[in-house]
Design a protein around this ligand. Sequence first.
Ligand SMILES: Cc1ncc(C[n+]2csc(CCOP(=O)(O)OP(=O)(O)O)c2C)c(N)n1
Ligand SMILES: [Mg+2]
Length: 338
Amino acid sequence: MRRGHAERQRDCQSEYVTLVTPAANRERQLLQTNNLYRRLFRTALLIRLVEERVIELYPSDRIQSPVHLSIGQEAVAVGVCDALKSDDLVFATYRSHGFYVAKGGPLNAMFAELYGRLGGISKGKAGSMHLSAPEVGLMGSSAVVASTIPHAVGAALSFKRTGSSRVAVAVFGDGATEEGVYHESLNFASLTKVPVLFICEDNGLAVHSFRHVRQAYRLPEHAATFGIESRRVEEGWDMLAVRQATLDALAVVRTGKPFVLEIATGRYKEHVGVGDDFHFGYRSADSIDAWKARDPLILDRTLVEELTPEIEREIAAAVDFAERSPAPGRTELLTDVI
Ligand SMILES: Cc1ncc(C[n+]2csc(CCOP(=O)(O)OP(=O)(O)O)c2C)c(N)n1
Ligand SMILES: [Mg+2]
């Protein structure tokens, strides 16, 4: 049954009230002094401030590429990547600024890539939708929905064959699970027993279409039909919860079994571009209020204020690098493309 605006509004308000009780405040203060939480928080804030800089720069047309922002989804990238070892490999999507940053991709080369400049990670040929940083394990990302899922399975197969202890991670959206290749990948991974972790970022949307009108299955039950263990995490705003769930899943994967981890999350901005999309009428602004009411990057003002100046300097240096990086000339047109 569809719930009305007033009902949803009440829910959001009561969730918010719960969060600002003295006990919740005390818990947040404790977390702020905790090194692990600070590390995760800093990376999440870096991702958000990077994307907010992208929003500011976009009208200038210096960013030569469509952008799919992950604002609201940062905790997934941060929690997952923090649980990985540095030589584990991630294969991601066009919405992967967060995974690039969380895996340790260099910021200078990221901004230069968005600018289409030679200093970019792919000399400006890849843009925002195809970010990669193989030296830190972000093997690739793609505009073609679900296309990197089998790449992760292939990498996992090579780890198994070479006796490596590394794991491969496939990151994809809820919409990607409707592609045939997702099902083929699960089947193959289950049959071959390879160390691959499937991470579904469930923001409930594929462009403007809600998951419940697209899918007649639930991911955990679906994974079970392939004999694959799975778990759904509802607290996708909580970096510590995502990290712990990933560590638990990795404990299974490192024994040579695939695992599906579905993480609920919230996309604040429009599907593609730097604006909001509430004027399209398919969702209202209050549909993300519940996420915002729990978002540590909104709630933890003390840490935000403490960490922002230093992060802003890092971002400014990366933007400056991109601005000074030369544009590729005609001689670059056919290099690195075959
Ligand atoms: C194979 C393929 N089909 C369709 C598209 C068009 N398309 C781009 S994004 C998208 C929605 C994907 O949704 P989801 O996987 O949930 O990722 P999200 O954008 O929510 O992160 C679609 C259908 C595409 N890029 N590739
Ligand atoms: Mg989605």
